[in-house]
Design a protein around this ligand. Structure first.
Ligand code: HEM
Length: 476
């Protein structure tokens, strides 16, 4: 059956990458619901000099800016969504990113604890809206649209708690030096990516990214009231600080300990060389960047012995990309199409120059989009990034004596794990029964800290219209 999505009813960032260089994310609190409703109404249609909410509809001329909007559970409540209705939403969304449950699930503890978050994000009850503005590469447009929005916040019944900027680094690189923005799920019914990067993975059911469509489990995520359900989605908004000097120091120290060069260890912890080439296709050296037609076209477990990497000898089972999308049920015991996410994040802060060390905050900021935060963002983080035990027994072509995947992963994700030196570890696998020839590095610290977060609901355009009118109906 062909899935037809009404793109004009879907917020653009869910299904489209805007391919822009600049972003500004406003964190807002609603102080007057009726006025906020009117603000929202102007934004939906781009009236009163407002930029218009960007939909997934195809544009003939690229807009000068892209705008999307997400609401937290307290934000929906402030507009008049009732407690009974909110109880039908995804559980982590109801609890909010600052809840102790969610924080524990995703490793937001210690320095990363919500109580330490910046820009008012630590007070989850007051964070109502994340308003996103993206601009191609013209800072003047960013400032002009910002001015227009800021002038409207107070009369729109909104208080700005903070704003967070991001900007693309050359060639889609992120701090730590890796090329990013390669792998994204192919969502059934979504507009095709302009920059085609084919893979051999199954397309993912629309319902994993939009409410109201069948998902991979043949169920349908939905919420009450029905006006908010179809074509809406959820996202984890994250501000993740990266300590580049600490990561470089980790690579230098542990490459020596593991007996490999720095670039090899950098590739092993990620699963890709810093130029984006995957270890599965380029196991020994980075090589020249592969064309887009090849760079994501691989899997980890294959009946073809020349391609099979069940044991993680080429790409460690505990590497960032393999943990976050194991691509194949053979090792995880679950099909990863149930847990895919769309990533819309961009670096913030200046590129780090090791010749001029500084402590300016830098990292990654943006959305991790899914139709179920519990089954996707939180599942991936809790079950795969912060745990190694998801790997089921699986032997490669050489049988038990050659090794078993179960023994070839340890610790947490090097990027996203909590990585307390007391028990952090990462395994570089080698052939041999029960991991006897593996190299395991231990005792390293976390180099990434969560600085902020919010779980938001990204309503459909018709859902936004419903929300805009709600405070007046409810007499708020
Ligand atoms: C500062 C933090 C992070 C850094 C530096 C980082 C870095 C990277 C890099 C370099 C890639 C490979 C490029 C690509 O395949 O497009 C990647 C892929 C990926 N990352 Fe992250 N990432 C970060 C945070 C996260 C978070 C918070 C999640 C979600 C929990 C996540 C999930 C993924 C996924 C799903 C992929 C694609 C895997 C695939 O399909 O092969 N990442 N990341």
């Amino acid at each position: 059956m062909v899935t037809v999505i009404n793109y004009a009813d879907v917020q653009g960032t869910i299904l489209r990458g805007y391919r822009v260089d600049l972003a500004r994310h406003f964190i807002l609190s609603i102080t007057n619901a009726a006025k906020a409703g009117a603000f929202l109404a102007s934004l939906i249609d781009g009236t009163n000099g407002f930029p218009r909410i960007t939909t997934a509809h195809r544009w003939t001329e690229k807009p000068e800016c892209f705008v999307n909007i997400g609401f937290t559970a307290p934000g929906l409540a402030a507009l008049g969504i009732t407690e009974q209705q909110l109880a039908t939403f995804d559980k982590p969304f109801q609890l909010g990113a600052t809840s102790t449950t969610s924080a524990a699930n995703v490793g937001d503890i210690g320095d990363s604890s919500p109580e330490n978050w910046i820009g008012g994000l630590s007070n989850g009850a007051k964070v109502h809206i994340v308003l996103n503005l993206w601009v191609d590469d013209d800072p003047q447009i960013l400032e002009a649209v910002t001015l227009r929005l800021r002038t409207a916040f107070a009369p729109g019944g909104l208080t700005e708690l903070s704003a967070h900027d991001a900007h693309a680094l050359p060639d889609n690189h992120v701090h730590f030096g890796y090329r990013d923005n390669i792998a994204q799920p192919t969502v059934i019914g979504a507009p095709p990516r302009k920059r085609k990067i084919p893979d051999d993975q199954p397309p993912v059911a629309t319902g994993e990214f939009l409410l109201g469509y069948p998902n991979q489990g043949n169920g349908t995520y939905s919420v009450q009231p029905p006006e908010l359900s179809k074509n809406s989605s959820y996202a984890a908004f994250r501000i993740i600080e990266q300590d580049v000097a600490a990561f470089d120091a980790f690579l230098a120290e542990y490459a020596e300990k593991a007996g490999v060069d720095v670039e090899t260890l950098a590739a092993k912890v990620c699963g890709r060389w810093r130029n984006g080439n995957p270890l599965e296709l380029q196991p020994d050296a980075p090589g020249e960047p592969l064309p887009n037609s090849q760079i994501n076209n691989f899997t980890y477990v294959s009946p073809d012995a020349t391609k099979d990497d069940t044991l993680g000898l080429r790409c460690p089972i505990g590497s960032h990309i393999r943990r976050n999308n194991p691509r194949n049920a053979a090792i995880t015991g679950t099909d990863s199409t149930h847990h895919r996410i769309v990533r819309r994040a961009m670096p913030y802060g200046p590129a780090y120059d090791p010749a001029k060390p500084d402590s300016i905050p830098r990292g990654l900021i943006g959305y991790f989009i899914n139709a179920s935060i519990s089954n996707q963002f939180e599942f991936i983080t809790e079950q795969w990034n912060l745990d190694s035990k998801f790997v089921k027994a699986a032997t490669g072509p050489g049988g038990k004596e050659a090794g078993n995947a179960f023994f070839n992963i340890s610790g947490e994700d090097v990027f996203l794990g909590v990585n307390d030196p007391a028990d952090s570890s990462f395994t570089l696998a080698a052939l041999g029964a029960k991991g006897k020839n593996n190299t395991v590095i231990t005792g390293f610290s976390r180099t990434i800290t969560t600085r902020g977060g919010a779980y938001v609901f990204l309503p459909s355009i018709s859902g936004l219209r419903y929300l805009a009118a709600l405070p007046n109906q409810a007499g708020m």
